[in-house]
Design a protein around this ligand. Sequence first.
Ligand code: SF4
Length: 108
Amino acid sequence: MDFKTSRSRWTAQKAEEAADQLLLYAVTLAELSRSMGLPARLHFATITKAKIPVVQLLPVETDPGRVEVLTEIIAQVWQAIGTGNFYPTPMNCSTCPFRSRCPAMSRK
Ligand code: SF4
């Protein structure tokens, strides 16, 4: 279960869109789950940051195909980092916590 705070209620679609990290958590839990004979079910638990908070429990389906795609993306990003392949991206760089140490920023 991944706990989140939010300004507003989540929809099932929002939970589906935000599920990448949760799906990767499930991969790390899979062996433990199998060895203990306990099923692993994925959920987001959200609470709204309102005067009267709303708590939601939203299920997320496991998806081996999506995990495979995520794993490939992570491998490519890791390889790019290892080779020092950084490209500034205006949308992300302005709020990036690694900006002061980023090779792409020193080339500007
Ligand atoms: S500043 Fe951050 S987001 Fe931009 S290229 Fe560097 S590491 Fe990536």
